[in-house]
Every structure is written in C-alpha cells, then in structure tokens.
Write a protein that binds this ligand. Structure first.
Ligand code: ZN
Length: 518
C-alpha cells in the first residue's frame, strides 16, 4: 500500500508542477506578454493543459485509486491510513473522476479557445465592442455546458443524477456541495435586505470624498503598495506584485505567490484595495502548513472560502476605523501634497462611501453583493439556454437598473465596457465562479464572529498595525486545513453552525447605520 501511495503522490506532484507551469504562462499573458504573442501562447497553454490532463488520467491513477480504497464503500479511503492520506485520496479521487470524464481533445480545444477568448475579451473591452466578443462568449458557454454534461449533470442525465442542472455542475467546481437552489435561497434574503439598506442610505448626506479627487501618480501608488504588503505580513521573498487589466492572485509554487493590481492616477483606492484583497488570497496560500505543501491538499477549501479570506482583509480589516488609524500616516507620507490636510477619520469615512457603481470591483460593501446576485441570475439563465448570449447586454442593463438603480449608457451610447464586458471570468469559461464572492462575504463574517470572541482586543491590535495574533488565528483555524475539509465541514468546525446570512447582514447594517446615522 505504501508503494501505491507513493506513486500516487508522484502523479499529484507532476500534475501540480505542470499546472503551475501553465499558471506561469497565464500570469505572463496577463502582465507582460506583447499583444502579438497571444496566439502562440494559446497553443503553448493548450499543449501544457493537455499533457497535465493526460498525466492525471493515466490508467495507472485509476488503478492506484482503486487499490487504495473503493469510492462507494468509503469516500475517504482505507481507515488504516493516516487521516491526512485519506484526505489526500479523497481530493485526488475527485480530481481524477472529474478529469477522466473529459476527453483529451475536448480539454486542449477548450484551453485553446479560452486563450483566444481572453485576448478577444481584452480587446473588446478596450473598444467597447460586445459584438466582437460575442462569438467567443458563445463558444465559452458551449464548452461550459458540454463540460457539465460530461460530468453527468443536465437534463439528459436527469434520470441518473436527480435532475441536477448543468449550472449546478459548474457551481460544484468552485463550491462543492452547494447547488443553485441553496444559493438562491441565501441570495434572495441578501438581495432584499441590502436593497432596503441601500434605499435608506441614498437619502442621507454623503461623506466628503473631494480630497480623493486628485492625481495620485502611479509610481507613488506602487511604492505605497510595497509598504502596504509588508504591513499586512505579505512575505515578499515568497511572492510579488505586478499590474494587469484585472487584479488576480496565482500560485506558481509553494513559495511563489503572485498578485496583481491595476492603477489609475485619478483613483487611489482602486489599486490599493485590490492589493489588500489579493494579499488576503496570498496570505491564505502562503499559510498552508508544511505537511500539506507537498500535496494537492495545499489549496483553498473552495473559491468562496478563498474569497472569505480576501474579502475579510479587504473589508472587515481594510475598511475599518482602527486599520486607517494605524496606516493613514504611512499613506499621507507617500502623498504629502494630496493628503497633508486630511485625517484617518476622513479617509475611513471616504473608503466606506456607499455609492452604487457600474463596476463590480469598485463597488462598496453594501452594493457589492448585488453585483454578484445579478451575475448569478444571468449566468444561470445563460447556461440553461433560457437567455441567448446576444441578448446579454440588454438584460444586463435592465438588471443594473433594477438592482443598483443605475443607467450604464450615456448619450445614447451603449457602454458595454463598463457593463457586460467588465469582468474577465466568462471570457475564461469560468461560469459558476461569481457566487463565490458573495458566499465569501457570508463565510467571512461567520468566521469573524468567532475570531472576535477568541481575540476580544482585535481592534486595538489592528490600530497598532499588529497582525501577528490575527495571522496565527487564521493559520491555526482555517489555513491549517488546506482543502482537507469541504467548505461546510470547515465552517462547522470553526463556528459550529451552517452557512447563514445574518452575521454578514448584521455587520453591514450595524456599520452603515453608525456611518450614515440612520
Ligand atoms: Zn478574490
């Protein structure tokens, strides 16, 4: 058995290295690749993805998994194995089952189409030209539907699979065990209470944000971001920051975690909060314990759990009063002309201005989840075939009006660049990913409740810029598990409860009632 396990670990390792080589090429594509390099890069990525896929689905993997425990008898494998190895087997088995059901030519065709689609999206967004992206979007939807079908979801598989929808199959990639129906129930409550709060806030006077409407040179922003990352405890010998069209985090190795942000001279907060958000992802990736780092268990429990970490740092910490009490002097020193006459309190109020925006990543905490619920509703209908892709821009505008009270067009001109084209996800075929962001808010605040009861003096530690105890708590409570536990198991282990909307809504309602004097 020991020999079989070692062989399986070798396969996992090779697969992971190939995936990370792909990730390095993808990172390069998003940061430094010259525009004309895109086409061959898509071929390179398709080849690598194909090889990685082949490596994972060899008959040997199937034989080894069979030898090490039967799926139906015991999903976590042989009881005589150490718990960590049983978890390793469970994760490998899930990966293998998923991968083996996808034909190799499908996988490389999808990777090739994805590369071209992403490039077409970037150009279409620059040119505000949805029509140029439409054929790629249609292809991405077809690939996503086909993938879920291969996995046994969808109408044709209804008899075998208790009528789980194709969209459920895609959601399961990112949030195992959470179907659209369950998400729908949580999102309905979330939407109604957030919309009600938004309405009340709209009647209130806004904080002064005039001091932020100045020029903040990109070089100075980049210099501040380096300080910010160090302040948050991002080990810059194990990662780096670059610029890209859409901020992201990618793991190229256990000691090589890359984050990106984007810069606008007229918008200091956009780049800064992206750095805090992505650092939250990176701290999670950097915090997996040594015994997991040699395996596929060194991964987030799910996308929503990953988002719970990034959004915790971005909002619960980064948009809190004590955080800016601690950090404001450093920011002011980087921008003495622009911020010399401002204060930590003024900045705290300004970063929490509730002002619905067309752009999801620039949205405030109150309206953010409404952006996600909009995307959830639309992608559910795109995948089911109920909504034709060519109708998407019009429906997007309709929902934007209904959920956020915003018009996306000016002077009779359709502004799809700030509408349906604003996010990279669909161009990559990542349908089912968006709900993770709003679910991450829910997980995050449920974790925070427990954190605050364990460390009652958290606020004064944050004000002093002392994050060690917080970081240790996150490591000992969440990071230590990697993906050994399913999201619901992890949540239950930490908080003793199932996923709820109330901790998040109480936090939001409490914070903004105070800020806006409601
Ligand atoms: Zn994120």
């Amino acid at each position: 058995m020991k020999a079989a396990l070692e062989k399986l670990h070798a396969i996992d390792r090779e697969y992971r290295y190939l995936e990370r080589a792909s990730a390095a090429l993808q990172w390069d594509q998003e940061t430094y690749l010259p525009p004309k390099g895109v086409e061959e890069r898509a071929e390179q990525l398709a080849l690598l993805e194909g090889i990685a896929h082949e490596r994972l689905i060899t008959p040997e993997t199937g034989r080894l998994l069979g030898e090490l425990g039967s799926v139906s008898a015991n999903p976590r494998g042989d009881e005589s194995l150490p718990a960590i190895e049983r978890d390793f087997l469970r994760v490998m088995r899930r990966r293998y089952d998923r991968a083996v059901k996808l034909p190799a030519d499908f996988v490389s065709a999808a990777a090739r189409a994805e590369g071209l689609s992403q490039a077409a999206w970037a150009q279409a967004r620059r040119n505000n030209d949805f029509a140029a992206f439409l054929p790629h979007l249609t292809t991405m939807i077809d690939f996503a539907r086909k993938k879920a079908e291969y996995w046994g979801f969808g109408d044709r598989a209804a008899q075998r699979n208790s009528a789980q929808s194709l969209y459920d199959g895609l959601l399961d990639i990112y949030e195992p065990g959470m179907p659209a129906s369950e998400i729908g129930v949580l999102f309905t409550v979330l939407r109604d209470r957030l919309a009600a709060l938004l309405k009340k806030i709209k009647l209130c006077p806004q904080p002064d944000t005039g001091f932020l409407k100045q020029t903040f040179p990109i070089e100075a922003q980049a210099a501040f971001n380096q300080k910010l990352m160090a302040y948050l405890g991002f080990d810059q010998e194990r990662g780096r920051l670059d610029a890209s069209a859409h901020p992201f985090t990618t793991t190229l190795g256990a000691d090589d975690i890359r984050i990106t942000t984007r810069y606008f001279p007229g918008n200091l907060l956009s780049g800064l909060f992206s750095v805090i958000h992505e650092s939250g992802h990176a701290l999670y990736e950097m915090g997996f314990p040594a015994e997991l780092r040699r395996t596929c268990l060194a991964d987030g429990a799910s996308m929503a759990i990953h988002e719970s970490q990034s959004r915790f740092w971005e909002n619960v910490i980064g948009r809190s009063r004590p955080f800016w009490q601690g950090l404001f002097p450093t920011l002011r020193d980087c921008f003495p002309e622009q911020l010399g006459r401002s204060s930590a309190e003024a900045l705290y109020r300004a970063v929490n201005e509730v002002k619905p925006s067309l752009i999801r990543v620039d949205a405030d905490e109150v309206s953010y989840s409404l952006h996600i619920i909009l995307r959830f509703e639309l992608e559910k209908r795109l995948i089911s075939g109920e909504l034709a892709p060519e109708k998407l821009p019009a429906v997007w505008r309709e929902y934007t009006r209904e959920y956020l009270g915003l018009e996306s067009d000016t002077n009779q001109r359709f502004n799809d660049a700030d509408g349906v084209l604003q996010d990279i996800h669909w161009s990559m075929g990542s349908f089912g990913y968006f709900p993770s962001y709003a679910l991450g808010n829910l997980y995050g605040l449920q974790f925070t409740q427990k954190l605050k009861s364990d460390i009652p003096e958290l606020e004064s530690l944050i004000a002093a810029g002392k994050f060690e105890r917080l970081y240790t708590w996150l490591k000992d409570t969440i990071y230590c598990w990697g993906c050994r536990l399913e999201p619901a198991e992890l949540l239950f282990k930490v908080t003793g409860a199932q996923l709820q909307v109330n901790p998040f809504l109480e936090y939001i309602e409490g914070k903004y009632t105070e800020l806006y004097g409601l």
